[in-house]
Write a protein that binds this ligand. Structure first.
Ligand code: NAI
Length: 329
């Protein structure tokens, strides 16, 4: 039997895991709403494993507390693991497993959704028409057909986005440390060329020391005037201050963000009756050509089903003493 404590559980997480759990009688799961942080890590005492999502704080202090309380496995029900101190976990003998690719199309389709909404000002049109205002001022967009898309990071999600862009009749440029052999229609170029040639730039590389603030004043200056930027990867890829400066300088035709640097306290919370401590989100939202969603690229039925299945399989692999490619070292 493996006892797992789920942190940061939303109703849709529970529904999707409970639907499959009967097939795994050796897994005992308790669900909790609190996020996993140093303040809540002690609650895992008596459990073999914890299950955390993307906005939990699984840094050094949390990992140490989990270890002190007997936890041997961290199950991440997400792909990214930049929020986990992997070295510390490994050093303390805690195994970390993730769900590397649950539905790349879910995120890629959302990225294109953001690009289209921001380009054609669908967010504004929705509100305007509800007010019986049928005017078109400020709504002018441009065709994606025949334009150039630049995909930064052509792994699973980037590849899916490249295919979506090709479907729109775009020329597709790619930048990655490794070329994806499946993408024979993508022209691999340097980052400089992505910046200078793309009408739509979509970010799909992970957040690492190397990619932190990849989009900043210097790289924004190298972009085409009137470019559309979409980030569905991680907020830290874009230096928000410089992005705001670029938006104010009319560099961008539109910007679509599913992630942004100060999302941490907002993600998946209803804060509609609060006065937010940060003005960054409000400033971004004040621009007519910016569309923001709350880290929901993954949020489709197919993705949730794949996440629960792989997470439960990961738990079983641990219980059976097996190794899995989903382990992060
Ligand atoms: P992946 O590992 O399949 O692909 C990432 C690609 O980025 C790889 O091809 C890698 O070589 C490349 N890369 C690494 N460092 C790079 C660099 N310095 N410059 C250019 N390319 C670089 O990962 P996947 O599944 O495609 O996910 C990509 C990212 O999407 C994740 O790291 C995660 O942050 C984000 N994500 C966002 C979600 C959302 O809900 N918005 C959901 C799932 C993932």
């Amino acid at each position: 039997m493996l006892k797992i404590l789920f942190y940061d559980t939303k109703s849709y997480d529970k529904d999707s895991f409970e639907e499959k759990r009967l097939q795994y009688p050796k897994l005992k799961i308790d669900y909790m709403k609190s996020e996993l942080t140093p303040a809540t890590a002690r609650l895992a005492k008596g459990y073999d494993a914890v299950c955390a999502f993307v906005n939990c704080e699984v840094g050094t202090a949390t990992v140490r507390l989990l270890h002190e309380n007997g936890v041997k496995l961290i199950l991440l029900r997400c792909a990214g693991f930049n929020h986990v101190d992997i070295d510390k976990a490994n050093a303390l003998g805690i195994r970390v497993m993730r769900v590397p690719g649950y539905s790349p199309e879910a995120v890629a389709e959302h990225a294109m959704g953001l690009a289209l909404a921001a380009n054609r000002r669908i967010h504004k049109a929705y509100v305007r028409v509800r007010e019986n205002d049928f005017s078109l001022g400020g709504m002018l967009g441009f065709n994606f057909y025949g334009k150039t898309a630049g995909i930064v990071g052509t792994g699973k999600i980037g590849a899916a986005m490249a295919r979506v862009c090709r479907g729109f009749g775009m020329e597709v440029l790619g930048f990655d440390k490794y070329q994806n052999p499946e993408l024979d229609f993508v022209e691999y170029v340097s980052m400089e060329e992505i910046l200078s040639q793309s009408d739509l730039i979509s970010l799909h590389c992970p957040l690492t020391d190397e990619t932190y603030h990849l989009i900043c004043r210097e790289t924004i200056q190298k972009m085409k005037d009137g470019v559309i930027l979409v980030n569905t990867s991680r907020g830290g890829l874009v230096k928000t201050e410089d992005l705001i400066e670029g938006i104010r300088a009319r560099k961008f035709f539109a910007v679509g963000l599913d992630v942004y640097e100060e999302e941490k306290r907002n993600v998946y919370e209803d804060r509609s009756d609060e006065i937010l401590e940060s003005s960054i989100t409000a400033r971004l939202l004040s621009f007519p050509n910016v569309v923001i969603t709350s880290h929901q690229g993954f949020f489709t039925e197919e993705a949730l089903s794949a996440i629960s299945e792989t997470t439960l399989e990961n738990a079983m692999a641990f219980l059976n003493g097996e190794t899995t490619e989903n382990e992060v070292r």
